[in-house]
Design a protein around this ligand. Structure first.
Ligand code: NAD
Length: 290
Protein backbone atom coordinates (compact mmCIF):
# COMPACT_ATOMS: atom_id res chain seq x y z
CA UNK A 1 0.00 0.00 0.00
CA UNK A 2 1.12 3.59 -0.62
CA UNK A 3 1.19 5.23 2.83
CA UNK A 4 1.89 8.81 3.93
CA UNK A 5 3.15 9.14 7.52
CA UNK A 6 3.20 12.57 9.16
CA UNK A 7 4.85 12.94 12.57
CA UNK A 8 7.86 10.62 12.94
CA UNK A 9 8.47 11.18 16.66
CA UNK A 10 8.86 8.69 19.51
CA UNK A 11 5.70 6.83 18.50
CA UNK A 12 5.31 7.65 14.78
CA UNK A 13 8.91 6.77 13.88
CA UNK A 14 8.79 3.10 14.92
CA UNK A 15 5.19 2.70 13.67
CA UNK A 16 6.24 3.96 10.21
CA UNK A 17 9.33 1.73 10.28
CA UNK A 18 7.18 -1.33 11.02
CA UNK A 19 4.91 -0.55 8.04
CA UNK A 20 7.96 -0.17 5.76
CA UNK A 21 9.48 -3.40 7.10
CA UNK A 22 6.25 -5.20 6.22
CA UNK A 23 6.69 -4.14 2.59
CA UNK A 24 4.53 -1.02 2.37
CA UNK A 25 5.71 2.04 0.49
CA UNK A 26 5.93 4.74 3.20
CA UNK A 27 6.54 8.45 2.47
CA UNK A 28 7.23 10.26 5.76
CA UNK A 29 7.37 13.88 6.88
CA UNK A 30 8.34 15.54 10.15
CA UNK A 31 9.41 19.19 10.47
CA UNK A 32 12.00 18.19 13.11
CA UNK A 33 13.92 16.43 10.32
CA UNK A 34 13.74 13.03 12.02
CA UNK A 35 13.38 9.88 9.95
CA UNK A 36 12.63 6.17 10.38
CA UNK A 37 14.09 2.95 8.94
CA UNK A 38 12.79 2.14 5.47
CA UNK A 39 10.77 5.38 5.18
CA UNK A 40 11.26 7.75 2.23
CA UNK A 41 11.49 11.23 3.73
CA UNK A 42 9.69 13.91 1.71
CA UNK A 43 9.80 17.72 1.95
CA UNK A 44 6.27 18.48 3.19
CA UNK A 45 3.10 17.03 4.66
CA UNK A 46 1.39 17.60 1.29
CA UNK A 47 4.09 15.54 -0.48
CA UNK A 48 3.56 12.69 1.99
CA UNK A 49 -0.22 12.80 1.51
CA UNK A 50 -0.89 13.46 -2.16
CA UNK A 51 -0.49 9.97 -3.66
CA UNK A 52 -1.23 7.92 -0.53
CA UNK A 53 -4.08 5.43 -0.13
CA UNK A 54 -3.81 5.90 3.64
CA UNK A 55 -2.33 8.93 5.41
CA UNK A 56 -1.36 8.35 9.05
CA UNK A 57 -0.77 11.25 11.43
CA UNK A 58 0.96 10.88 14.84
CA UNK A 59 1.08 14.41 16.25
CA UNK A 60 1.35 16.14 19.64
CA UNK A 61 -2.13 17.69 19.99
CA UNK A 62 -5.45 18.73 18.44
CA UNK A 63 -4.33 22.18 17.25
CA UNK A 64 -1.45 20.68 15.28
CA UNK A 65 -3.76 17.97 13.92
CA UNK A 66 -6.19 20.67 12.71
CA UNK A 67 -3.41 22.60 10.94
CA UNK A 68 -1.99 19.45 9.31
CA UNK A 69 -5.54 18.48 8.22
CA UNK A 70 -5.94 21.90 6.55
CA UNK A 71 -2.73 21.23 4.63
CA UNK A 72 -3.33 17.67 3.48
CA UNK A 73 -7.08 17.19 3.00
CA UNK A 74 -7.15 19.33 -0.18
CA UNK A 75 -4.38 17.26 -1.82
CA UNK A 76 -5.48 13.77 -0.77
CA UNK A 77 -6.96 11.43 -3.42
CA UNK A 78 -10.75 10.90 -3.24
CA UNK A 79 -11.55 7.74 -1.30
CA UNK A 80 -8.23 7.74 0.57
CA UNK A 81 -8.20 7.16 4.35
CA UNK A 82 -7.12 9.86 6.83
CA UNK A 83 -6.00 7.82 9.85
CA UNK A 84 -5.10 9.90 12.89
CA UNK A 85 -3.35 7.94 15.65
CA UNK A 86 -2.52 10.95 17.88
CA UNK A 87 -4.18 11.46 21.26
CA UNK A 88 -6.27 14.63 20.85
CA UNK A 89 -9.49 16.15 22.18
CA UNK A 90 -12.73 14.59 20.99
CA UNK A 91 -13.91 17.86 19.38
CA UNK A 92 -10.79 18.16 17.18
CA UNK A 93 -11.14 14.50 16.14
CA UNK A 94 -14.79 15.01 15.17
CA UNK A 95 -14.15 18.32 13.34
CA UNK A 96 -11.24 16.92 11.32
CA UNK A 97 -13.26 13.81 10.44
CA UNK A 98 -16.16 15.97 9.20
CA UNK A 99 -13.76 18.06 7.11
CA UNK A 100 -12.25 14.87 5.61
CA UNK A 101 -15.68 13.37 4.84
CA UNK A 102 -16.78 16.59 3.12
CA UNK A 103 -13.73 16.20 0.86
CA UNK A 104 -14.72 12.62 -0.09
CA UNK A 105 -12.26 10.88 2.24
CA UNK A 106 -12.64 8.18 4.89
CA UNK A 107 -11.64 9.37 8.35
CA UNK A 108 -10.58 7.37 11.40
CA UNK A 109 -9.46 8.51 14.85
CA UNK A 110 -7.34 5.68 16.23
CA UNK A 111 -5.38 6.64 19.36
CA UNK A 112 -3.17 3.95 20.82
CA UNK A 113 -2.30 2.30 24.08
CA UNK A 114 1.04 0.58 24.57
CA UNK A 115 3.60 3.39 24.54
CA UNK A 116 6.98 3.52 22.87
CA UNK A 117 7.66 -0.18 23.54
CA UNK A 118 4.38 -1.12 21.89
CA UNK A 119 5.14 1.12 18.91
CA UNK A 120 8.57 -0.45 18.43
CA UNK A 121 7.34 -4.01 18.97
CA UNK A 122 4.19 -3.67 16.84
CA UNK A 123 2.01 -4.53 19.83
CA UNK A 124 -0.14 -1.39 20.18
CA UNK A 125 -3.86 -1.45 20.88
CA UNK A 126 -5.87 0.85 18.58
CA UNK A 127 -9.18 2.37 19.71
CA UNK A 128 -10.92 3.36 16.52
CA UNK A 129 -13.73 5.76 15.68
CA UNK A 130 -15.03 6.30 12.15
CA UNK A 131 -16.64 4.62 9.18
CA UNK A 132 -16.65 0.87 8.56
CA UNK A 133 -15.09 1.16 5.08
CA UNK A 134 -12.08 3.07 6.46
CA UNK A 135 -11.71 0.57 9.28
CA UNK A 136 -11.67 -2.31 6.78
CA UNK A 137 -9.01 -0.59 4.63
CA UNK A 138 -6.83 0.22 7.64
CA UNK A 139 -7.18 -3.17 9.37
CA UNK A 140 -4.09 -4.78 7.74
CA UNK A 141 -2.06 -1.77 8.92
CA UNK A 142 -3.41 -2.10 12.47
CA UNK A 143 -2.32 -5.76 12.33
CA UNK A 144 1.25 -4.70 11.54
CA UNK A 145 1.51 -1.84 14.04
CA UNK A 146 -0.48 -3.48 16.81
CA UNK A 147 -1.96 -6.57 18.37
CA UNK A 148 -5.57 -5.39 18.61
CA UNK A 149 -7.87 -2.81 17.01
CA UNK A 150 -11.32 -2.20 18.46
CA UNK A 151 -13.89 -0.35 16.34
CA UNK A 152 -15.64 1.82 18.95
CA UNK A 153 -18.25 3.50 16.73
CA UNK A 154 -18.43 6.79 14.83
CA UNK A 155 -15.77 9.52 14.63
CA UNK A 156 -14.42 10.68 18.00
CA UNK A 157 -15.28 7.43 19.77
CA UNK A 158 -11.69 6.21 19.57
CA UNK A 159 -10.56 9.32 21.47
CA UNK A 160 -13.46 8.88 23.90
CA UNK A 161 -12.34 5.30 24.64
CA UNK A 162 -8.74 6.39 25.10
CA UNK A 163 -9.47 9.15 27.62
CA UNK A 164 -11.91 6.96 29.57
CA UNK A 165 -9.28 4.21 29.75
CA UNK A 166 -6.55 6.60 30.85
CA UNK A 167 -8.80 8.30 33.41
CA UNK A 168 -9.24 4.85 35.00
CA UNK A 169 -5.49 4.25 34.75
CA UNK A 170 -4.52 7.61 36.33
CA UNK A 171 -6.91 7.30 39.24
CA UNK A 172 -6.04 3.62 39.78
CA UNK A 173 -2.31 4.32 39.79
CA UNK A 174 -2.75 7.08 42.38
CA UNK A 175 -4.79 4.91 44.74
CA UNK A 176 -2.39 1.97 44.28
CA UNK A 177 0.46 4.29 45.29
CA UNK A 178 -1.59 5.67 48.19
CA UNK A 179 -2.17 2.12 49.42
CA UNK A 180 1.55 1.26 49.33
CA UNK A 181 2.38 4.50 51.20
CA UNK A 182 -0.29 3.73 53.81
CA UNK A 183 0.92 0.13 54.11
CA UNK A 184 4.48 1.40 54.76
CA UNK A 185 3.25 3.51 57.67
CA UNK A 186 1.18 0.63 59.04
CA UNK A 187 4.24 -1.63 59.03
CA UNK A 188 2.86 -3.88 56.26
CA UNK A 189 5.62 -5.27 54.05
CA UNK A 190 5.32 -4.18 50.38
CA UNK A 191 5.86 -7.71 49.08
CA UNK A 192 3.11 -9.05 51.36
CA UNK A 193 0.83 -6.25 50.24
CA UNK A 194 1.52 -7.11 46.57
CA UNK A 195 0.99 -10.83 47.18
CA UNK A 196 -2.42 -10.12 48.74
CA UNK A 197 -3.73 -7.34 46.50
CA UNK A 198 -2.53 -8.83 43.19
CA UNK A 199 -4.68 -11.88 43.92
CA UNK A 200 -7.55 -10.09 45.69
CA UNK A 201 -10.30 -7.68 44.75
CA UNK A 202 -7.96 -4.64 44.77
CA UNK A 203 -6.00 -6.01 41.82
CA UNK A 204 -5.53 -3.90 38.71
CA UNK A 205 -3.15 -3.39 35.80
CA UNK A 206 -1.35 -0.75 37.90
CA UNK A 207 -0.69 -3.28 40.67
CA UNK A 208 -0.29 -6.52 38.73
CA UNK A 209 1.48 -5.47 35.52
CA UNK A 210 3.11 -2.12 36.34
CA UNK A 211 3.68 -2.27 40.10
CA UNK A 212 4.87 1.17 41.31
CA UNK A 213 6.98 -0.34 44.14
CA UNK A 214 10.61 -1.11 43.15
CA UNK A 215 11.62 -4.77 43.32
CA UNK A 216 8.03 -5.99 43.62
CA UNK A 217 6.02 -7.75 40.93
CA UNK A 218 7.03 -7.86 37.26
CA UNK A 219 9.74 -5.52 36.01
CA UNK A 220 8.40 -1.97 35.62
CA UNK A 221 9.73 1.63 35.47
CA UNK A 222 9.89 1.58 39.30
CA UNK A 223 12.81 -0.85 38.87
CA UNK A 224 14.61 1.68 36.66
CA UNK A 225 14.43 4.70 39.01
CA UNK A 226 11.06 5.69 37.47
CA UNK A 227 12.49 6.44 34.04
CA UNK A 228 9.43 6.39 31.70
CA UNK A 229 7.66 4.19 30.62
CA UNK A 230 4.70 6.47 30.47
CA UNK A 231 5.76 9.94 31.57
CA UNK A 232 3.72 11.81 34.21
CA UNK A 233 3.27 14.74 31.80
CA UNK A 234 1.63 12.43 29.22
CA UNK A 235 -0.74 11.17 31.91
CA UNK A 236 -1.49 14.81 32.75
CA UNK A 237 -2.24 15.47 29.07
CA UNK A 238 -4.72 12.58 28.90
CA UNK A 239 -6.39 13.48 32.23
CA UNK A 240 -6.76 17.07 31.01
CA UNK A 241 -8.39 15.84 27.77
CA UNK A 242 -10.76 13.71 29.87
CA UNK A 243 -11.74 16.76 31.95
CA UNK A 244 -12.27 18.90 28.82
CA UNK A 245 -14.52 16.21 27.40
CA UNK A 246 -16.39 15.80 30.70
CA UNK A 247 -17.08 19.54 30.77
CA UNK A 248 -18.45 19.59 27.22
CA UNK A 249 -20.98 16.83 28.00
CA UNK A 250 -21.64 17.85 31.63
CA UNK A 251 -20.39 14.54 33.11
CA UNK A 252 -19.62 14.27 36.82
CA UNK A 253 -16.08 12.82 37.23
CA UNK A 254 -14.92 13.54 40.80
CA UNK A 255 -12.01 11.08 40.83
CA UNK A 256 -10.93 12.06 37.30
CA UNK A 257 -10.92 15.69 38.42
CA UNK A 258 -8.85 14.88 41.52
CA UNK A 259 -6.41 12.72 39.53
CA UNK A 260 -5.84 15.54 37.03
CA UNK A 261 -5.22 18.04 39.83
CA UNK A 262 -2.70 15.74 41.54
CA UNK A 263 -0.73 15.02 38.32
CA UNK A 264 -0.78 18.77 37.51
CA UNK A 265 0.72 19.50 40.94
CA UNK A 266 3.32 16.73 40.47
CA UNK A 267 4.37 17.81 36.95
CA UNK A 268 4.05 21.59 37.18
CA UNK A 269 5.12 22.37 40.76
CA UNK A 270 7.15 19.34 41.89
CA UNK A 271 9.65 16.92 40.34
CA UNK A 272 7.21 14.86 38.22
CA UNK A 273 8.21 16.17 34.79
CA UNK A 274 10.15 13.49 32.90
CA UNK A 275 9.48 10.82 35.52
CA UNK A 276 7.23 7.82 35.06
CA UNK A 277 3.64 8.33 36.20
CA UNK A 278 4.14 5.59 38.82
CA UNK A 279 6.66 7.90 40.60
CA UNK A 280 3.54 9.05 42.44
CA UNK A 281 4.57 6.35 44.98
CA UNK A 282 7.81 7.96 46.27
CA UNK A 283 5.99 11.33 46.21
CA UNK A 284 3.19 10.08 48.46
CA UNK A 285 5.46 7.93 50.64
CA UNK A 286 7.56 11.01 51.49
CA UNK A 287 4.55 13.05 52.64
CA UNK A 288 2.44 13.30 55.75
CA UNK A 289 -1.35 13.58 55.95
CA UNK A 290 -1.45 17.39 55.90
P1 NAD B 1 6.66 13.24 19.82
O1 NAD B 1 6.69 14.66 20.30
O2 NAD B 1 7.86 12.37 20.02
O3 NAD B 1 6.30 13.20 18.26
C1 NAD B 1 5.42 14.11 17.63
C2 NAD B 1 6.08 14.50 16.31
O4 NAD B 1 5.19 15.37 15.60
C3 NAD B 1 7.40 15.27 16.51
O5 NAD B 1 8.47 14.56 15.89
C4 NAD B 1 7.12 16.62 15.87
O6 NAD B 1 8.27 17.17 15.19
C5 NAD B 1 6.00 16.28 14.89
N1 NAD B 1 5.25 17.47 14.50
C6 NAD B 1 4.97 18.57 15.25
N2 NAD B 1 4.29 19.46 14.49
C7 NAD B 1 4.13 18.90 13.26
C8 NAD B 1 3.52 19.34 12.06
N3 NAD B 1 2.91 20.53 11.97
N4 NAD B 1 3.58 18.51 10.97
C9 NAD B 1 4.16 17.31 11.06
N5 NAD B 1 4.77 16.83 12.18
C10 NAD B 1 4.75 17.63 13.26
O7 NAD B 1 5.38 12.59 20.52
P2 NAD B 1 5.03 11.02 20.65
O8 NAD B 1 5.47 10.50 21.98
O9 NAD B 1 5.45 10.32 19.39
O10 NAD B 1 3.43 11.10 20.74
C11 NAD B 1 2.63 11.30 19.59
C12 NAD B 1 1.18 11.16 19.98
O11 NAD B 1 0.95 9.87 20.52
C13 NAD B 1 0.71 12.16 21.05
O12 NAD B 1 -0.58 12.61 20.72
C14 NAD B 1 0.74 11.35 22.32
O13 NAD B 1 -0.18 11.83 23.29
C15 NAD B 1 0.35 9.98 21.80
N6 NAD B 1 0.82 8.87 22.63
C16 NAD B 1 2.09 8.84 23.10
C17 NAD B 1 2.51 7.76 23.88
C18 NAD B 1 3.92 7.69 24.41
O14 NAD B 1 4.18 6.84 25.29
N7 NAD B 1 4.84 8.51 23.92
C19 NAD B 1 1.61 6.73 24.19
C20 NAD B 1 0.31 6.76 23.65
C21 NAD B 1 -0.06 7.85 22.87
Amino acid sequence: MQIGFIGLGNMGGPMAANLAAAGHDVAGFDPAGVTADGVTVVASAEDAAKSAEVVITMLPNGDILRSVADQIIPVMAKGAVFLDCSTVDVASARDVAAQAKDAGLSALDAPVSGGIGGAAGGTLTFMVGGDEAGFTTASPLFDIMGQKAVHCGPSGNGQAAKICNNMILGATMIVTCEAFALADKLGLDRQAMFDVVSTSSGYSWSMNAYCPAPGIGPKSPADNDYTPGFAAELMLKDLTLAQQAAETVDADTPLGTAARALYAQFVENEDGMGRDFSAMLPRLAARNRS
